[in-house]
Design a binder for this molecule. Structure first.
Ligand SMILES: [Zn+2]
Length: 312
């Protein structure tokens, strides 16, 4: 385990105690029933035909994805709340402008933002991390990210190890950040969420897996980070073979994740709203594998274009 400070080590030890054998939150976990979700009628549904890269700041109606997994993000950016009666975990903070919507969505579902114990992140770009500073203040939660994302969250700026550095919007620095490593788990009461290092799109890219249940039916939820190989005008993946190797390793990891339900940081990239609304199957055991396959094909295409000089 790599830790930046003794305090960070201490926290990770606290946050990552392995689950006792047989105590994983599967069918035995309390299927937390929130206080009467009041899905607010005054929040318009997101446009069905929206572009995958639109609606980043527009509040989406909060709703249940499955069991204790809730959508609290915007029309274009995912934020998830995984709940228990002993604390919640919030995944991603979207944009700075979206933070108040996420907080309002948590409240609208009947949950108290003060009960959010941890905030974790898919990757350290402004569209998924800029809201975290405000959400940490609103909740008092610990923010846990992998080592490469720590300096980015603390400064709001990415370094040259990020393929998109020159095009990324700076964002409000997060006051306090702690470290989580590949394979560590975040635990809050009965919740266990596992961190999977999936760098490539961004150095700190992290995917998350956990199980949510409705009665006896438990599903493996996979919140899988972005896998697009895109860059600014100055970055060539070919100049960074170790990054490419790590990217390929990440895609292999994603293909093997426990994955009944794929959720992506851009909800429309996995057709999430239609699936939540029952217009497409929520459950699809092959979704992570296909998502990884697509990422692999796009990475190969990108490298081929760099070889001919067509990219970046
Ligand atoms: Zn990104």
């Amino acid at each position: 385990m790599r830790c930046l400070t003794a305090a960070a080590c201490l926290l990770v030890l606290t946050a990552c105690q392995p689950a006792e054998p047989g105590s994983a939150p599967t069918a035995t976990a309390p299927d937390h029933a929130p206080p009467a979700p009041s899905e607010p009628a005054d929040i318009p549904a997101c446009p069905a035909d929206a572009d995958v890269m639109a609606g980043w700041d527009e509040r989406a109606p909060p709703r249940r994805v499955f069991g204790n997994t809730w959508y609290v993000g915007t029309c274009g950016l995912t934020a998830l709340l995984v709940t228990s009666d002993q604390g919640h975990v919030l995944l991603d903070g979207a944009t700075e402008a979206a933070a108040t919507s996420i907080e309002a969505n948590i409240r609208a579902l009947g949950f108290d933002p003060a009960d959010v114990a941890y905030i974790v992140n898919s990757h350290e770009h402004f569209d998924h991390a800029a809201g975290i500073a405000g959400l940490q203040r609103a909740t008092g939660a610990r923010v846990l990210v992998r080592v490469p994302a720590v300096p980015v969250l603390l400064s709001g700026r990415s370094g040259r190890n990020d393929p998109q550095m020159l095009e990324l919007t700076p964002f409000p620095p997060v006051a306090e950040v702690d470290v989580i490593a590949d394979g560590d788990t975040v635990q809050a009461g009965p919740l266990t969420l596992t961190a999977h290092a999936t760098p490539g799109h961004a150095p700190g890219g992290t995917s998350w897996s956990w199980q949510s249940c409705e009665g006896e039916r438990c599903l493996d939820i996979a919140y899988v980070d972005s896998v697009s190989a895109i860059s600014d005008k100055a970055y060539r993946y070919l100049d960074h073979p170790a990054t490419v190797d790590a990217f390929r390793g990440a895609l292999d990891t994603i293909a093997e994740l426990p994955c009944d339900v794929l959720i992506t940081p851009h909800p429309l990239a996995s057709d999430l709203f239609a699936r939540i609304d029952g217009k497409a199957p929520l459950q699809d055991a092959g979704a992570c594998r296909r998502y990884a396959d697509t990422g692999r094909a796009n990475l190969d295409k990108r490298l081929a274009r760099e070889k001919t000089g067509a990219a970046p």
